[in-house]
Design a protein. Structure first.
Length: 293
């Protein structure tokens, strides 16, 4: 009987864990769609910023190109996007390993690194990459803006006070609902070839574009918006990938729990049948003893 009670407790605990895993699967799937929609809406925002830069390049190309970065001083800044929550498989290990390998291949004299997400810090430090500061995020997509503003302030401090002249983003990019891959993006300096290409791009309307404010101020404002967009997109795609990884982990956990429940139920049935058989034998033996006497 003690064995039966023990198996009953195990089956109950497994079913409760199964319910929890199903809830986490549902939450992860919902979050993936939410962040994918955010990425889709960002594409329209980016299109507007690009059109502003295109207007500048078509009217003030020479003035804009004077903002081209000077020769690199070899100071590299890296921003690595990880997770603040667990149960997401090898999400942090993958991006940390990818970032460290890529940074080793980039020529630099000094390297500074930031982490977005606490759980990726240990992976980076284990690989020999110290972290100067980190930013955490707990909540829904509405709280991403504040984290990105804080991150932008830190990056601006890098550029203005510490003269970091090259900044790179590392984040996991969603490939499908349950798959992702590490990705690297140069945040700064801007690609001057890309800017020059905007001047040759056909304007999508018959109305000729124009602007009234100072070109340098407009360019500075558009660049800030472009940097914010790049950071925001990296973070949102990282969050979508994190939830995709968690969804995959929960699917595997659910499968393991189902298999474990099958084994437990088989054991329970065997133990229950053995207990019933034992009780019947006791009854039969008792009856025969009474009948013989």
């Amino acid at each position: 009987m003690e064995e039966l009670e023990r198996l009953k407790r195990k089956i109950k605990n497994a079913r409760e864990l199964q319910s929890l895993v199903k809830i986490m699967k549902t939450i992860s799937a919902s979050n993936i769609r939410e962040y994918e929609q955010a990425v889709e809406s960002l594409s329209e925002y980016n299109k507007t910023v690009e059109m502003g830069l295109q207007i500048l390049m078509q009217n003030e190309a020479e003035k804009v190109l004077t903002f081209a970065p000077s020769e690199s001083r070899g100071r590299l800044g890296a921003v690595v996007f990880g997770s603040d929550q667990g149960l997401c498989g090898n999400f942090n290990e993958l991006i940390a390993s990818f970032a460290v390998d890529k940074m080793k291949g980039i020529s630099h004299q000094e390297l500074k690194a930031l982490a977005v997400g606490e759980r990726v810090i240990a992976r980076l430090e284990e690989a020999g990459q110290p972290i100067e500061a980190h930013f955490s995020f707990y909540g829904n997509h509405l709280g991403i803006t504040q984290v990105m503003l804080d991150l932008l302030l830190k990056i601006e401090e890098w550029r203005s006070k510490e003269e970091v002249d090259q900044i790179i983003l590392f984040y996991n990019q969603s490939v499908s609902d349950a798959a992702f891959s590490p990705h690297m993006v140069y945040l700064f300096p801007l690609d001057m070839k890309w800017l020059a290409g905007l001047a040759e791009k056909e304007w999508p309307s018959r109305a000729l574009p124009a602007f009234s404010m100072d070109a340098s101020r407009l360019f500075s404002s558009l660049v800030r918006q472009y940097l914010f967009f790049s950071l925001y997109r990296a973070f949102v795609e990282s969050l979508a990938s994190e939830n995709a990884s968690r969804l995959l982990s929960m699917q595997m956990a659910e499968k393991n729990i189902e298999e474990h429940l099958v084994d437990l139920n088989v054991q329970f049935q065997k133990q229950r049948q053995a207990a019933i058989t034992s009780e019947l034998l006791d009854v039969v033996v008792g009856f025969e003893a009474l009948a013989g006497r």
